[in-house]
Design a binder for this molecule. Structure first.
Ligand SMILES: CC(C)(COP(=O)(O)OP(=O)(O)OC[C@H]1O[C@@H](n2cnc3c(N)ncnc32)[C@H](O)[C@@H]1OP(=O)(O)O)[C@@H](O)C(=O)NCCC(=O)NCCS
Length: 214
């Protein structure tokens, strides 16, 4: 039986070709190592002898253009976000400023290039929700299905525990199999299904919420 990523790969030929042009073939299973406070991650490559490191670290203001470019691709081409108008640089800066130490933003970097990011955001602005967070993980669209989502969500969950949050929620479009599989892999449970609450690209969209208690 094929895994989710292998099935997903059927629609991703052009992306795979682009990655192949870098003369690198990634196998599915990453090797994850820990160095100091940041994660160091090596794609397990079958065609090259030296591993290509992917590191994660807290995001800085200098990363915001790259974060925005990754996200805005999905605003335009996907229903994984219900945002329909791309974020401006100023909006991304405001988003960054609104995330303090209790709501971290992290990036994954390969050879100095941001290839994905993740964040923990307030689940709801009312104060009594302060121990609940919503996670977000967005990869550059050519870097899906290589274990990077696992790397970023795993790190976000570790951070959430250290910070002292109580629960993490993911609001996910019901058709987004990759995101659902990623959350299920970490023990998130589906807790609700909202029917036709979104409308994008000419169709109604259902949202599910998945939740993990820490
Ligand atoms: C969702 C996303 C973050 C997942 O990251 P990823 O690196 O592609 O996922 P991984 O390679 O770490 O795979 C995680 C699990 O999901 C499964 N999976 C990945 N893509 C899948 C797909 N399209 N269908 C079914 N399962 C899938 C994998 O098989 C893996 O499970 P396994 O380890 O048990 O085999 C990434 O695809 C992405 O950025 N998508 C667009 C943005 C988005 O939807 N973000 C989520 C909104 S919060």
């Amino acid at each position: 039986m094929k895994s989710g990523c292998e099935n997903a790969g059927r629609g991703m030929r052009s992306q795979e070709l682009k990655v192949a042009m870098h003369a690198v073939t990634f196998t599915k299973r990453p090797i994850v190592r820990f160095r100091h406070s940041s994660f160091r991650f090596f794609f397990n490559q079958s065609h090259v002898s030296c591993p290509m490191p992917v590191t994660t670290r807290p995001a800085t203001a200098a990363d915001l253009d790259a974060i925005n470019a990754i996200y805005n691709h999905y605003v335009e081409h996907s229903t994984c976000t219900y945002q329909t108008v791309p974020s401006t640089t100023q909006e991304r800066r405001d988003w960054f400023d609104a995330h303090g130490t209790e709501h971290p933003i992290i990036v994954a970097e390969e050879n100095g290039q941001i290839i994905g990011w993740g964040s923990l955001s307030r689940f709801h602005p009312r104060q009594a929700y302060c121990h609940s967070v919503e996670d977000s993980v967005y990869l550059h669209h050519e870097y899906q299905c290589k274990g990077l989502g696992t790397l970023l969500l795993g790190e976000l969950l570790e951070l959430a525990k250290k910070i002292g949050h109580h629960t993490v929620l993911g609001g996910i479009d019901a058709d987004q199999q990759a995101s659902i599989a990623l959350h299920a892999k970490f023990g998130f449970i589906k807790v609700s299904h909202l029917k036709e609450v979104g409308h994008k690209h000419g169709r109604w969209l259902d949202v599910i919420w998945m939740q993990k208690m820490l």
